[in-house]
Design a binder for this molecule. Sequence first.
Ligand code: NAD
Ligand code: MLT
Length: 525
Amino acid sequence: MTKSRVVIAEEIAESGLERLRNAGFEVDIQLEKSPEDLRHRIVGASALIIRSATNVDAELLAAGNELVVVARAGVGLDNVDIAAATARGVMVVNAPESNILSAAEHTMALILAISRNVPQAHSALIQGRWERSKWEGIELASKTLGILGLGRIGALVAQRALAFDMRIIAFDPFISAERARELNVEMMSIDEVIAQSDILTIHLPKNKQTVNLIDTKMLALAKPSLRIINVARGGIINESDLAQALGNGTIAGAAIDVFVTEPTKSSPLFELDNVVVTPHLGASTREAQDRAGEVVADMVCLALNNEFVPFAVNLEASDANETLKPFVPLAQRLGRVFASLVDAPPEIFEISITGEIGAYDPGLISISALKGALSVWTNNAVSLVNAPVIARQLKIQVNKSSSKTTQHRDYVNLVTLRSGSHNLSATLTGRRREARIVMIDDHLTDIPPSEYMLIVKNDDRPGAIGRVATALGNANINIANMDVGNTETVGSALMCISTTTAVSKEVIETLRTLDGITSVTAIGS
Ligand code: NAD
Ligand code: MLT
């Protein structure tokens, strides 16, 4: 068997690469490739690992004909077209906690550097200039620190700035009053934050709402003594508006780690001596790089092994614990069987989990069942990522539910799929947790799901089993397993038969003509 190939488009920690090799994947290092070269290298690869310099656009995703997962060794996902990846069923993961501490510490380094002019004074001194009064700075104690974006990094910066006796104010409409109180932060509007801050630091994602958020108009609200810090993303502050505000005294200083174009060797900001710049160093610590590399390697391994991936950003499921996980492949198999029972995509598809598993969110089980069913109902390449998207395109309303109440006389846990008059339930039984279909269209059964199955409904009169078995025998089809479903409804019976090979259309037609047979559904044939 050929090894799945993981393309590494940007440098990640050796320990991460080692994890991928140890897991049996081919690690294909393709650093600093042009977009065109990368499009060639991605053909046939199962995974792509990037940092912030690779633009994962619709074109690159289309070239990645076998891609299962794109992994971002870091936080920001502004260089990945998540919508295009989702539509193609490609999972996108990041390492959300890996470098937040490093980014917060770099922010503190830049706040101190710009407040005390450390780089400027250093540079002057080593050039032979002892400039004590020129580089006089400001204290942080009692100053107001404004934070735009009080998420993971913003909160770490707030905690550290409190140790410097700063007053902290912030703008972030998605943060609750309780969380702000917990962090000792006063929340206010963006205009008020800019107007009141002595130091303003940005920790927002880059998106349509935040690009050019800080422009000439916003900077005009600031005190002339304001120093502004950006360790988030280039372009959230308009660079030429910032250079102008620094040049004409609208604000006092800026410390910038991230730029609209990266890498960059020139900027109007580089000519100003009230500016401190670093080349996107926020996450550049050994610790953060090790964590980011290892986390994305682990996420890629999980994704390529078809397991739940906790840091997937485009998976419509939040929970997968040890109780739920074994039911994920069961739900997918059940979805395939159900789709054969209901031959066209239904308007309403109900997916429920009951019993012990019903204590948890049904999201993951539901998208697994949906994936199984859609792989029969459509010709699309369906994955856990795009199954809900395809369902919406087909106008299938998916109703998922969970309940702790046991629904079966013999089994505690049940995964049940339902649409119109059809229903199908399965569980895992025994010490080996073997899969069993335990209900088909209200008939109690007990049969393992298998690749080739026949569900035969007949009048409840003697002889039907014999006639079906004889017809299969005449067609040289081996029966591997069989169960006769019971129902309370008098006169209706159901046989569930596993065969070792596919059953041809002709044989299925023959079965349909047998005396007393009311319907025959073939799975996998
Ligand atoms: P996060 O998602 O934890 O926090 C972002 C916060 O911004 C959230 O609280 C959110 O509610 C808020 N927010 C989102 N849109 C907003 C809007 N329009 N107005 C106001 N608030 C809004 O993210 P994080 O992990 O703290 O990362 C923040 C930024 O830092 C990201 O852009 C990330 O890419 C960047 N980053 C840079 C480096 C670096 O090396 N310089 C390292 C790590 C992260
Ligand atoms: C991030 O978003 O994680 C940072 O910008 C760091 C990086 O790109 O490595």
